[in-house]
Design a protein around this ligand. Structure first.
Ligand code: URA
Length: 242
């Protein structure tokens, strides 16, 4: 149960100061009956509150969550064959939507939210948030591979990718930065250069890093981290030159 004036305040219908006046003026009804006492208790899960005849719906506060997705589970709500990410999502977060996907065999940073606009912006190729992957692979990255990534890899089926950044870390290890999310993209890009991937982990999206979150665990982002995601703008290096 919650006070009526508090409910309306949290719903953001009026400034806090004005809400008491609005209620006392008889403009608010609970289940069809006018209520003029701001302190009246309501059950926000069961009662219908109207202001000037319009139903007041309290939008849930925004949640953005990060998961360190383990390998061996698919980014789906259910699957006949494989474990899903749901097994790692605490009960109270199961209604959130994943922002993009990671393949079954890929580990790393997977975001979830209840904010459709934010999800759309982060997934949309128009906005193109940069995603950073750590990969282990056969062979050794050379200058020709780096140039091919910068130009836009041509996958084995002829698909042309946007320019990407390839950085050699050591024998059989590299970082890849891409701004799109084609099916198995990083694996296919490296395979197209004769470097089949044996291990892949997403370590960052924009300026947001996975950090030390243990495998299989989730945590909510801070307001600063959400602001970091929202400030992402398209980076020129990901545009084809021709
Ligand atoms: N690229 C891949 O190959 N797999 C992923 O899960 C993400 C990007």
């Amino acid at each position: 149960m919650q006070r009526l004036d508090r409910f309306l305040s949290e719903a953001g219908v009026e400034s806090r100061r004005k809400i008491k006046e609005v209620i006392r003026a008889g403009r608010v009804c609970v289940n069809g009956s006018t209520v003029t006492a701001p302190e009246q208790k309501i059950d926000e899960t069961a009662d219908t509150v109207t202001l000037d005849g319009e139903t007041v719906v309290k939008s849930p506060c925004r949640v953005v969550l990060m998961m360190h997705k383990p390998a061996g589970c698919v980014t789906a709500a259910q699957d006949r064959e494989f474990k899903t990410i749901m097994e790692y999502l605490p009960e109270q977060y199961r209604k959130l939507m994943p922002i993009g996907r990671l393949d079954k065999d890929t580990e790393g940073l997977l975001l979830f939210t209840n904010d459709g606009d934010l999800a759309h912006r982060l997934i949309s190729p128009k906005h193109g948030i940069e995603k950073t992957y750590y990969a282990e692979h056969l062979g050794t990255v050379d200058e020709a591979d780096i140039a091919a990534f910068a130009e836009g890899c041509v996958l084995r089926d002829g698909t042309v990718c946007r320019p990407a950044v390839l950085e050699k870390l050591g024998e059989g290890k590299c970082l890849v930065r891409v701004c799109e999310g084609k099916y198995h993209q990083v694996r296919r890009m490296l395979a197209s250069r004769g470097k089949p991937v044996s291990y892949l982990r997403r370590i960052a999206e924009g300026g947001l890093r996975l950090g030390a979150l243990p495998l299989g665990m989730t945590r909510e982002l801070t307001d600063e981290e959400i602001a970091l995601l929202e400030s992402v703008d398209f980076d020129e290096k990901f545009l084809r030159k021709n």
